[in-house]
Design a protein around this ligand. Structure first.
Ligand code: PLP
Length: 392
């Protein structure tokens, strides 16, 4: 028996473990310190009431012979896929329900989609970004090249027409930088992918945080995307489903490579390795799109964004430059005085008792930057802002 040797090529990510250990050590030596955690990428507000009500009702149905459900459809129940296609229509995007695939979240789909691609594909990943894209490709033994995201390009790299790649990751709004692609820039990626027969894997896990009506929520708002893009969406940050687990992937039937529809390959993959998202959860997700659900999720998103505004004001008052925070729950700040990411981590912990995430954990270009999130409580965020203003 041989293990998958590609695992030896993974860089051990000690980021969150290191953060936890350093924080624990600091608390031990400073038991009086009240530490505020602003590094978290998880939501803290409870599920919207509309979702809870829908899941309660669905649980009761499952206990009654006439309405009990066993295995569901691999690609999700029609009621949820219909609600998702209606949501897409709000952004002018038309999908038929057999182009929508419901799952237990974007992370699984982002990893699992790689089953439908050959090993010999060159993969382009922005740097810095959500580390899952790189790690899942390394596990599969694929070559990864990077697109530099930096201050010069507003953390939104554009295609390099001289380079040939096959699979392109785009995360917009971006984790960790909070940067969001404009229609014009996305069009450049779509045209580049179509020219090269490449496929774009577009992660829109944070689309619900976009306020600016000029910015696209979906890559399918861009002409030409249907023949080159797959979109990954999630109820996690949109509706607090990080622990409830539901997401969806959109693949147009027009996306064809080597005579095969990628939507068909994905359905084949899912029906072989996945037995569907629980009925109860799908009913909860459906409720996100009701008027009541929409109002409740918007309230929660506004709460997190208000937190970002509070942090942003505190940083501005100290002349610390930052990006994001407006159409995203993430604030990406430049470490003051040219400090390195981990040095700023120590400094912020010691001076303000605030814990954040060193930017270097998201890629080489993250060095010298730092991520703070709006996912904490309003009280703690206010307290953190006061400490930054007074002490930093
Ligand atoms: N995509 C991005 C960019 C993320 O930051 C996250 C989670 O933090 C995910 C996907 C995972 O989403 P899910 O909870 O639906 O698996």
């Amino acid at each position: 028996m041989k293990i998958n040797g590609n695992f030896n090529n993974l860089q051990e990510s000690y980021l969150f473990l290191d953060i936890a250990n350093k924080t624990k050590d600091f608390q031990k030596t400073h038991p009086e310190a009240s530490i505020i955690r602003m590094g978290i990428g998880d939501v803290t507000l409870p599920l919207p009431k509309a979702c809870v009500k829908a899941m309660e009702k669905a649980s009761i149905e499952m206990g009654i012979k006439e309405s009990f459900k066993g295995y569901g459809e691999y690609e999700g129940y029609e009621f949820l896929r219909k609600a998702i296609t209606d949501y897409y229509k709000e952004h002018g995007v038309q999908f038929s329900i057999d182009e929508i695939f419901v799952s237990d979240g974007a992370k699984s789909d982002l990893g699992n989609i790689l089953d439908i691609f050959d090993k010999d594909n060159i993969v382009l990943v922005p740097d810095p970004v959500y580390p899952v894209y790189v790690d899942t490709n390394i596990m599969a033994g694929r070559e990864v090249v990077f697109a530099d995201a930096n201050e010069n390009n507003g953390f939104l790299p554009l295609p390099d027409s001289g380079k040939k790649v096959d699979i392109i990751y785009i995360c917009s709004p971006n984790n960790p930088t909070g940067a969001v692609y404009s229609r014009k820039s996305l069009k450049a990626w779509v045209d580049y992918a179509n020219r090269q027969d490449a496929v774009i894997l577009f992660d829109s896990a944070y689309e619900a945080f976009i306020d600016d009506s000029k910015l696209p929520h979906s890559i399918f708002e861009i002409e030409g995307a249907r023949t080159c893009a797959i979109e990954f969406c999630s109820f996690s940050k949109m509706a607090g489903f990080t622990g409830t687990r539901c997401g969806y992937t959109a693949i147009s039937k027009e996306l064809v490579r080597q005579g095969k529809r990628l939507a068909d390959l994905w359905l084949r993959r899912q029906s072989t390795k996945y037995n569907g998202t629980p009925y109860i959860i799908q009913r909860g997700a459906e409720a996100v799109f009701t008027p009541e659900g929409r109002e409740q999720i918007n309230e929660n998103i506004s709460y997190y964004k208000h937190n970002c505004a509070v942090i942003g004001e505190a940083l501005s008052s100290k002349n610390i430059s930052f990006f994001g925070g407006k159409n995203s729950p993430y604030i990406w700040l430049k470490c003051p005085g040219g400090m390195k990411s981990w040095d700023f981590f120590d400094y912020l912990l010691e001076s303000c008792n605030i814990v954040g995430t060193p930017g270097s954990g998201f890629g080489r270009n993250g060095e010298g930057y730092f991520r703070l999130t709006g996912f904490g409580s309003a009280e703690n965020t206010q307290l953190a802002a006061e400490r930054i203003i007074k002490t930093l």
